[in-house]
Design a protein around this ligand. Structure first.
Ligand code: MEV
Length: 440
């Protein structure tokens, strides 16, 4: 029996028992294990449970820090939540490299967000246009109680466009709305406004003699996670000569040249672009998650932006001009520092505090910078030592942990594998023979 009705109505213990009994070989052990990850403070656990549904327990992820990020002249220690080894170390290493070369620079180009009401109407745009101004005015009026507080904070609805898209889909029209949501990501605000717009639209059409003859159907009202005008740019630059010493085996010019070519490849080859951008999101997602923001929204937006030309491309750029190395990233992202999880999740709140309680604009700058740093570190490794060296070092640590290696054993094993290929079996064999020899 693996189908269940009313699962959500069970108590947490009943849910755990059902899952454990149905799917696991040792239900008692599994339940004990899940309970160990409960927050010791029941009130805190209740908050965590409330973020989702059917919660059994918590799923811990490492919360790490990449220190020494100099961004626009200010030094940050960046909280990162990520399960992939090497990511935090790589970010920290790029931070150090650029700290010694003027630091990172970042700027937010704009913070405009987008929402849409998609509807079908069997009339023509010619019939609709005379009502456009009145419709927009009515939409704003009817949503006033929702927008009032946001307007007091300096945000609200910016523009409403009525789009005739009947050439793309029969009878398809759209209200495309732009918003300013200040320090909040604004999803709830935008969706509430859009749902009110849907109601107003239905009412408006039913009240106009010239419009009510043709049927109107609201298809959906929802924000768009693609926010091309909510754009942030992060960059580093220095004379190429200052790259000397970054890589012991490469002189500054050949390093810069190879780096430039690697970025170009990610602009012309989508297979490489995908992995290149994945590396950027290693950094971006880790900070977005640590600060309680929506990493799926940020990913979806970034990838849409990467494909805006019709071909999926690198989100970062590199130029070598007039003896200067310039490397930058341009990415749209909608982030918040108030509302949602940012205030509710105790660790997200703490992460924002570590960052000096930034505004949404400052957080966009920080996040884009970490994406750029991650990309720099990945390309630097790829064009010099290859990434396996760093990955294997971290992988070795995990294997040693798994094999319960003690102090002394760890150091000897790490020294032995410094110039060898790491695999679980090889490490286990080495450790076993080391332990046997030690006891002979
Ligand atoms: C691994 O998580 C990320 C990289 O593959 C990124 C890249 O190839 O640029 C190292």
């Amino acid at each position: 029996m693996k189908i269940i009705t009313g699962f959500s109505k069970l108590t947490k213990i009943q849910k755990m028992e059902w899952v454990a009994n149905q799917f696991l070989s040792d239900p008692k052990k599994a339940i004990e294990e899940w309970k160990k990850y409960w927050h010791p403070d029941a009130a805190q656990q209740e908050i965590l449970d409330g973020f989702s549904e059917n919660t059994l327990t918590n799923f811990p992820m490492p919360f790490g820090i990449a220190p020494n990020f100099v961004i626009n002249g200010r030094t940050y220690a960046i909280p990162m939540v990520i399960e992939e080894s090497s990511v935090v170390a790589a970010a920290a290493s790029a931070a150090k490299t650029w700290m010694e070369r003027g630091g990172f620079h970042a700027e937010v180009v704009s913070t405009v967000k987008v929402g849409q009401v998609h509807f079908t109407w069997e009339g023509s745009i010619v019939q609709l246009l005379p009502f456009e101004q009145l419709l927009k005015q009515t939409l704003r009026q009817e949503a006033a109680s929702i927008t009032e507080r946001m307007e007091a904070r300096g945000g609200g609805i910016k523009e409403i466009e009525l789009l005739d898209l009947t050439h793309l889909e029969p009878h398809y029209y759209q209200l495309k709305v732009t918003f300013e949501t200040c320090d909040s990501m604004g999803a709830n605000f935008i969706n509430s406004v859009l749902e009110q717009f849907s109601k107003t639209l239905l009412q408006f059409f039913s009240q106009q003699k010239e419009l009510q003859q043709q049927p109107l159907s609201i298809i959906m009202a929802i924000l768009s996670n693609y926010t091309p005008e909510c754009l942030v740019r992060a960059w580093v630059e220095c004379p190429i000569t200052e790259l000397e010493g970054i890589c012991p085996r490469n002189d500054a010019f050949s390093f810069a040249q190879k780096f430039h070519t690697a970025v170009r490849i990610a602009h012309v080859d989508p297979y490489r672009a995908c992995t290149h951008n994945k590396g950027i999101f290693n950094g971006i997602d880790a900070v977005v998650l640590a600060t309680g923001n929506d990493f799926r929204a940020v990913e979806a937006c970034g990838h849409t932006h990467a494909a805006q030309s019709g071909q999926y491309k690198s989100l970062s750029y590199c130029t070598l001009e007039d003896g200067n190395f310039k490397f930058w990233l341009e990415i749209p992202m909608a982030l918040g520092t108030v509302g949602g999880l940012t205030n509710l999740h105790p660790l997200a709140r703490r992460a924002l505090e570590i960052l000096g309680n930034p505004s949404a604009i400052q957080l966009m700058e920080i996040v884009a910078t970490v994406g750029l740093a991650q990309n720099f570190a990945a390309i630097k490794s790829l064009i010099t030592t290859g990434i396996q060296q760093g990955h294997m070092k971290m992988h070795l640590k995990n294997i040693l942990h798994h094999l319960n290696a003690r102090n002394g054993e760890r150091e000897v094993t790490e020294a032995y594998f410094a110039d060898k290929v790491v695999s679980f079996n090889e490490v286990r064999n080495f450790l076993e023979s080391f332990r046997t020899n030690k006891h002979q």
